[in-house]
Design a protein around this ligand. Structure first.
Ligand code: MTE
Ligand code: MO
Length: 406
């Protein structure tokens, strides 16, 4: 559910500029002067605090702990929203930052050397829109390929916390593309990040970037500068990031510096080497590049959880899908003999998630597994087994949450 606003609501342009100046001064004392790209490295890979009660840290990434969402509202607060950085959060000066558009899909074929530019103030002055959408890493749930299916996969061993839902405000990508002179023959748009180049096995793969087909780019993609009503935080892409609803997280390029618009198909390692399905069931070059997320469900419980016997516990959780709104969630505590419907809390949404609750009164001590299974409005339910792929993407099978009844 989205509404186009003619005026930026929430923060004004002046608020944003003032806040960005303050961020630059206070967030990073001793930071180096901006490099020519307008970016400079931070002290650590992530700037915001990562207290252990909110996050599990994996190298340059931080996973949200699901128990930290219990009692929170619909949206994931910024202080507990997961961070996935290929390298490190850069510091970018919004005053000198420019979004640069070039390529054969724009009238006059502007070049990298002479691109069409939008300043931060230009973007903030365009009609804005706010959407509520999840951003979820394609590898979310990857560790369950190993723990539930006995399969070896590579990448961060996320549980289910590489996902969050936020309110994103920004300008529609379609608005910017049209103002830049989009031609009818454009096929792909490649957003590129201003963070450091990604080095993989000693090879410099360049800036983090991934092409987006023009149909998706024009449909519901946002160039976002606000998150949950605040200036977009550095870790989440300040000053501007893409938000690509329903698609895997890599599509939502943070710290976007340029957009190549092309009348030819574009490629980058992020749609050829990564973010496809590889393995025995796929062609050598992999599946087609991944797009939509799969259906998933998670309990707002510690891993493992400990609950008291002979008490009524109100279990809570959330389910979401890249295909559309989640319509139904069922829960079992007896390994699937009996599935009970969870009660929906509030709204469901095509691009966000559904919150739910279900009471449970365990009557014997011991080790249990709680399972939640979501079904979306295209009729797709979570399977028992997720299709194996070597990079461990799209783990959509029902997750077995360990619970100790004491
Ligand atoms: N420039 C840039 N954009 C990026 C990334 C990155 O490392 N650099 N990581 C991507 C991946 S893999 C994911 S899952 C999301 C994570 O967004 P978040 O850190 O705001 O949660 O950002 C995407 N955009
Ligand atoms: Mo990701």
């Amino acid at each position: 559910m989205t509404t186009e606003q003619v005026q930026p609501r929430g923060l004004t342009r002046r608020d944003l500029l003032r806040a960005s100046a303050a961020l630059g001064l206070t967030a990073l004392p001793g930071a180096r002067a901006p490099a020519s790209s307008g970016a400079s490295p931070a002290a650590g890979p992530i700037m915001k605090p990562l207290p252990p009660e909110l996050f599990t840290v994996f190298g340059t990434n931080a996973e949200t702990k699901w128990e930290a969402l219990r009692g929170q509202g619909y949206h994931t607060p910024i202080d507990r929203f997961f961070v996935r950085n290929h390298t490190a959060t850069p510091t970018i000066d919004a005053e000198t930052w420019r979004l640069k558009l070039f390529g054969s899909g724009l009238h006059g074929n502007p070049t990298v050397a002479q691109p069409i530019e939008f300043s931060y103030a230009d973007l903030c002055a365009l009609p804005s829109q706010e959407i509520s959408a999840f951003i979820e890493c394609a590898g979310n749930g990857r560790s369950f390929y190993t723990s539930q299916q006995g399969q070896t996969v590579s990448g961060s061993a996320w549980k289910l916390g590489a996902v969050g839902v936020a309110r994103w405000r920004g300008v529609r990508l379609s608005t910017v593309l049209r103002r830049a002179g989009l031609t009818p023959t454009a096929v792909d748009v490649m957003p590129s990040g201003l963070d450091a180049h990604f080095i993989s096995n000693g090879v410099d793969l360049g800036a983090v970037r991934r092409p987006l087909p023009i149909a998706k780019a024009l449909k519901d993609v946002l160039l976002a500068y606000e998150m949950n009503g605040e200036v977009l935080p550095p870790d989440h892409g300040f000053p501007v990031r893409l938000v690509v609803p329903s698609w895997i997280g890599i599509a939502s390029i943070k710290w976007v510096g340029s957009l190549e618009v092309s009348d030819q198909t574009l490629t980058s390692p992020w749609n050829t080497e990564f973010y496809r399905l590889f393995g025995p069931d796929y062609p050598a070059e992999g599946s087609l590049p991944l797009t939509r997320q799969v259906v998933k469900s998670a309990f707002e419980l510690p891993w493992p959880a400990t609950l008291q016997v002979d008490r009524r516990h109100l279990l809570t959780g959330r389910s979401w899908s890249g295909n559309g709104a989640v319509r139904r969630v069922e829960v079992t505590a007896d390994g699937g003999t009996t599935w009970r419907p969870a009660r929906p809390i509030g709204r469901t949404s095509r691009t966000g998630w559904l919150r739910w609750e279900i009471p449970w009164r365990p009557t014997a001590t011991g080790n249990y597994q709680l399972l939640a299974r979501g079904t979306d409005d295209t009729g797709v339910s979570q399977p028992e087994i997720a299709p194996y792929n070597t990079l461990g993407y799209l783990f959509g099978a029902v997750v077995r949450h360990p619970v100790v009844i004491a």
